[in-house]
Design a protein around this ligand. Structure first.
Ligand SMILES: Nc1nc2c(ncn2[C@@H]2O[C@H](COP(=O)(O)OP(=O)(O)OP(=O)(O)O)[C@@H](O)[C@H]2O)c(=O)[nH]1
Ligand SMILES: [Mg+2]
Length: 362
């Protein structure tokens, strides 16, 4: 699994439309069955142009992309924490994602009412994110109360955890997301166990009108996002939906017509990988070519463990090459001749685009 992304946003912002389009859109090269874990959770293969180029060259029997998981939940409105709309309980379904995509209503379509009547991205950002902050605050406060109760009856006063909870509460009380960079690794691990949404990176998906797609970026949205130090991906949910039901051979001309250079899922992947600092490496084992996602800065031995625990345990060394170099050479033989295959040890930090052949003892 590469990463999991949860959708939040106002009702009628287009979350389900985008979710449906993304999870039913087959990859450009071949159809791939995505599995639905739950009605609102979908796992989709990541379209990876480098992988497809390599596959075109080596023609393996099987190509396995890395995957991305999307979770779509009901819309939030102001005072959802007090039970307005559908309340905020369903946020529990996205507490374990890696990043949150806040879908912003930027399309006008008169027949689809906006819960707050006019298009105002900054206001909508504040309303929804305030509800997220309050929901996390409820969790932190419950935890604080629990520790206080336990402290009365047990020797363990939970002081270390309490101190962390109070620090986290400080951000939320002042209406901010939690800045994880301010915590060391050990504390971050404990904070992560609280399953707070405000500790995860958030980016915006601006759902724009189809004729506005050629006019992006939209200054009003860019400014609001910049003020909040967040990135924006522009998508037209409606177009995306039309695209997802087209036969594969018609997609390219449809995309050209609307000036779409890449699939929306690719835009989301780029932003997601950048904000989470993820990279992709590749393996070719027997007849199977495969892409893997890992955090940047992962040593080779741990990357091997992603493939199989036995490979980590018995790691010997890895033969590595860069996928672009490999493609440029045309074959493994030519890459070897040119001295582009290198031997790497346990501690080698895997780089984006590495093709790794792990040697291990069983
Ligand atoms: N014109 C236009 N309509 C859209 C677009 N995206 C979604 N819609 C329409 O907006 C309506 C609401 O879309 P949904 O995807 O159900 O919105 P949602 O955010 O999932 O809403 P909730 O589930 O109620 O929170 C539907 O009628 C969609 O067809 C778009 O890009 N353009
Ligand atoms: Mg919906």
């Amino acid at each position: 699994m590469s990463f999991a992304c949860g959708f939040i946003g106002l009702p009628n912002s287009g979350k389900s439309t985008i979710f449906n389009a993304l999870t039913s859109l087959a990859v450009p090269c071949q159809p791939y069955p995505f599995c639905t874990i739950d009605p609102n959770v979908g796992v989709v293969p990541v379209p990876d142009r480098r992988l497809f180029r390599l596959a075109g060259l080596l023609k393996p029997e099987k190509v396995v992309e890395t995957t991305i998981q999307f979770a779509d939940i009901a819309g939030l409105i102001k005072d959802a924490h007090k039970g307005e709309g559908l309340g905020n309980r369903f946020l529990a379904h996205i507490r374990n994602v890696d990043a949150t995509a806040h879908v912003i209503r930027a399309f006008t379509a008169g027949q689809v009412p906006h819960v707050y009547e006019d298009i105002d991205p900054a206001r909508d950002m504040d309303i929804v994110e305030t509800e997220i902050i309050i929901s996390d605050l409820e969790i932190v406060e419950d935890r604080i109360k629990k520790i206080e109760r336990l402290a009365k009856i047990s020797k363990d006063k939970g002081e270390a955890e309490m101190e962390l909870l109070l620090r986290v509460k400080g951000y939320l009380d002042s209406g901010r997301f939690v800045r994880m960079e301010d915590f060391d690794e050990a504390d971050s691990g404990i904070i992560r166990s609280f399953d707070l949404i405000t500790t995860k990176p958030l980016f915006y998906i601006a759902n724009v009108d189809e004729d506005a797609l050629s006019e992006v970026p939209v200054p009003k949205i860019e400014d609001a996002a910049r003020e909040r130090s967040r990135e924006v991906v522009y998508i037209c949910g409606k177009l995306e939906q039309d695209l997802s039901v087209l036969p594969e051979d018609e997609r390219a001309s449809f995309m050209e017509l609307y000036g779409m250079e890449e699939f929306s899922i690719e835009k989301i992947i780029h932003v997601g990988y950048r904000i989470l600092d993820l990279i992709t490496f590749y393996t070719i084992v027997g007849k199977v070519m495969r892409a893997w996602t890992i955090p940047r800065g992962t040593p080779c031995v741990r990357a091997a463990g992603r493939i199989h625990p036995a490979m980590e345990k018995g790691f010997n060394r890895a033969e590595g090459s860069n996928i672009e170099d490999f493609i440029a050479c045309g074959s493994e033989h030519a890459a070897r001749e040119k001295g582009l295959l290198r031997l790497e040890g346990k501690e080698y930090m895997v780089e984006d685009g590495d093709i790794l052949h792990i040697r291990f003892n069983v």
